[in-house]
Design a protein around this ligand. Structure first.
Ligand code: SMG
Ligand code: MG
Length: 358
């Protein structure tokens, strides 16, 4: 699916999203899940073809073999496969969608949503120059987004952050995401971000290096928030207890599914650690579930849950439309959205445009 504008991060520039969808067909009805893996293994080790392969070779056969399963059983059925969380999440979500559509329960009700709509932020890619960045940010502000997140990398950090802070004024919610582009040698440089009153800095260092994030958190006033590092509840609790992170970005795909995402939410709520819902450029299928997750009580910061038109000219479901900086949590059974199956069929045969690495 072509993106309405290229999205550049510290690891690459993306002009389209190659989307892997999982459809489960059960005697109680069908369910859909969206796999958040990217076309290439540049955000995490997972990628679309790899996910499709592990689902075909291992996950789907194990699930079919297991017979009658509920969504809550899926993780244990698939547990013999190490890792592959994004693939597992897509499968579990499809089963959950089928189960809840059959029982007439929405994702929001099942997850424990406490609000009918969620505050939305927007993630802004690395721009060709400051003028185009400011024009893009101004457009999002005009649309009503409640928080701006800037992608940063060495060579694109202090200046763009200063310019956007000046544009937004001192009160606006502004944060940055480095997608692991820095090293501990950059700690003094990153400390200069303290001048801009940021909500947080997301994942400056490689995902395995919790200790480096501890060192940064001690050196800087800006709260450190982990994304890539948090692969499950145990890692989340460990990172919190070591003071590597004081805020967590929750992405269901990254942690193996919505049920694990809820466990991380619960662990954070218990420890007074705020969380927010991350995004992976989802279509309406994945977005519906993300918006339901973001309605849980611990999600106190606006998420990367932007409207459909931030990403795509046409979505695979009814569009998610921003109203007063918020998206409504779908109320219908399961994900609550209708998959446009004729569009999915038609777009299956589109040629793919892969990511171009930075
Ligand atoms: O879905 O709006 C979105 C994208 C949010 O910045 C976003 N995601 O590290 O948080 C992140 C990135 C990962 C995907 S970059 C292609
Ligand atoms: Mg991130």
């Amino acid at each position: 699916m072509p993106l309405v504008r290229p999205f550049e991060t510290s690891f690459g520039r993306q002009t389209a999203r190659e989307v892997l969808l999982v459809r489960v067909i059960t005697d109680a009805g069908d369910g859909w899940g969206e796999c958040v893996a990217m076309a290439d293994p540049v955000y995490s080790s997972e990628y679309v073809e790899g996910c499709a392969d592990v689902i075909r070779s291992y996950l789907a056969p194990a699930l079919l073999e297991a017979g009658t399963v509920r969504a809550a059983d899926v993780a244990s059925v698939l547990d013999f496969v190490i890792g592959h969380r994004m693939a597992k999440a897509a499968v579990e979500t499809a089963v959950l969608d089928a189960q809840l559509r059959a029982s007439g329960t929405s994702f929001g009700e099942y997850f424990g949503a406490v609000r009918p709509e969620v505050d939305c932020g927007v993630s802004v890619g690395i721009a060709p120059d400051l003028d185009s960045l400011l024009a893009e940010v101004a457009g999002y502000v005009e649309e009503g987004y409640r928080r701006i997140k800037l992608k940063i990398k060495p060579g694109w950090d202090l200046l763009p952050v200063a310019a956007v802070r000046a544009l937004l004024g001192p009160e606006a919610l502004l944060q940055v995401d480095a997608n692991t582009a820095y090293t501990i040698a950059d700690i003094d440089h990153l400390r200069e971000l303290d001048a801009f009153g940021l909500l947080l800095i997301e994942q400056p260092f490689v995902e395995e290096d919790i200790a480096a994030h501890v060192r940064l958190a001690r050196a800087i006033d800006t709260p450190v928030c982990l994304d890539e590092s948090i692969t499950g509840t145990r890692v989340a609790i460990d990172a919190i207890e070591r003071d590597a992170t004081s805020i967590i970005n929750i992405k269901a795909g990254r942690v193996g599914g919505y049920l694990e995402a809820i466990r991380i939410h619960d662990a954070c709520l218990e420890r007074d650690v705020p969380v927010w819902c991350g995004g992976m450029l989802e279509t309406g299928i994945g977005r519906a579930a993300n918006v339901a997750l973001a309605a849980l009580p611990g999600f106190t910061l606006p998420g990367d849950t932007s409207a459909s038109n931030r990403y795509f000219a046409e979505d695979l479901t009814e569009s998610f439309v921003l109203v007063d900086g918020r998206l409504a949590v779908p109320a219908g059974p399961g994900s609550g959205v209708t998959v446009r199956t004729e569009l999915v069929e038609e777009w299956k045969s589109r040629p793919t445009q892969l990511i171009t690495r930075a």
